[in-house]
Design a protein around this ligand. Structure first.
Ligand code: FE
Ligand code: FE
Ligand code: ZN
Length: 299
């Protein structure tokens, strides 16, 4: 089975998309995900198209299909609260993706904060209806959320409601995050059942991206804290089954597992784990020493 796997990578102003591709290749990935600027603020530099063209050539030369490359929308965008800022910022982000040639944009649906959940859901629908049109060559992938605070999207029913009510909903898909659905209460250890439920409620053809993360917390904790592949409560075998799930072969899998700290006491996360995690996933064998191996590379 062919595996489309990569990780979150950086997108820096010096080398833009070219740097992102180089980083992905350094992990032996064949796809990747990036933010087009800092996820926590609205500052955006113009896209350097020369670097984009160079990056695209490098992708072709190295077997990365741009159709599998994902952009993650800034997580400060909250369509659920109904303000115009979120709509205009997301619209700008959609335009940036189209300019680069990316056709999959992952979005956190939003948090309803002091509104009712129903109002939040309807604001998301309104916002998406302002942005989507039938001619645009991009899909917005609604991410499944852990249910932290007032997050919308922690059930398949939430996402179905949004999809059902958006006019051009052929432009909507779903990004399933394994840590998030575990924390939201889904039982990952019977993934066939989870997929059956997903297919019944949303339709498996909408599933266009997977975020592959282990979780630091137990099922239903509503926490959203990612753990390295095989080192959390989901475990290696459950995650491997998802990665190699035959019906999801063509779906890009993106690792958002945490950077590794210098030692167990240090809070500072310094070393990317993706090269080693991808290698371990390809080998299909758990390596309990993975974290210390990553650390030893940098000492
Ligand atoms: Fe996300
Ligand atoms: Fe995610
Ligand atoms: Zn998360």
């Amino acid at each position: 089975m062919k595996l489309i796997i990569g990780s979150h990578v950086s997108f820096k102003k010096e080398d833009g998309l070219l740097g992102s591709v180089k980083e992905a290749l350094s992990y032996k990935a064949n796809t990747f995900m990036f933010y087009t600027g800092a996820p926590q603020n609205a500052k955006r530099l113009p896209i350097n198209m020369e670097l984009v063209d160079e990056a695209k050539k490098m992708m072709i030369d190295n077997g990365i299909d741009i159709n599998n490359v994902i952009v993650h929308a800034p997580y400060i965008i909250n369509l659920a609260n109904g303000d115009d800022f979120a709509v205009s910022f997301l619209r700008q982000e959609v335009e940036r993706c189209i300019k680069i040639g990316i056709n999959k944009l992952v979005l956190h649906p939003g948090s309803y904060v002091s509104l009712s959940k129903e109002e939040g859901l309807n604001n998301i629908v309104l916002g998406l209806n302002k942005i989507l049109n039938k001619d645009m060559n991009i899909k917005i992938l609604l991410e499944t959320m852990a249910g932290k605070g007032t997050e919308i999207g922690c059930s398949f029913e939430d996402l179905k409601y949004i999809i059902d009510n958006v006019k051009y909903n052929e432009k909507l898909g779903v990004c399933l995050d394994t840590c998030h659905i575990n924390d939201a209460g889904y039982d990952i250890s019977s993934f066939d059942n989870v997929m059956m439920e997903f297919d019944n409620i949303i339709g498996i053809e909408r599933l266009l991206c997977l975020h592959i993360n282990d979780s630091k917390n137990i099922r239903g904790s509503k926490k959203d804290r990612h753990e390295n592949f095989g080192f959390g409560t989901l475990g290696f075998d459950n995650l491997l089954k998802i990665v190699y799930y035959p019906k999801l072969e063509s779906v890009p899998k993106i690792l958002e597992t945490p950077y590794v700290s210098k030692d167990d006491d240090s809070k500072e996360r310094l070393y990317p784990p993706y090269k080693e995690e991808i290698e371990m996933i390809r080998n299909k064998e758990f390596d309990a020493d993975l974290i210390s191996k990553i650390r030893s590379k940098y000492i």
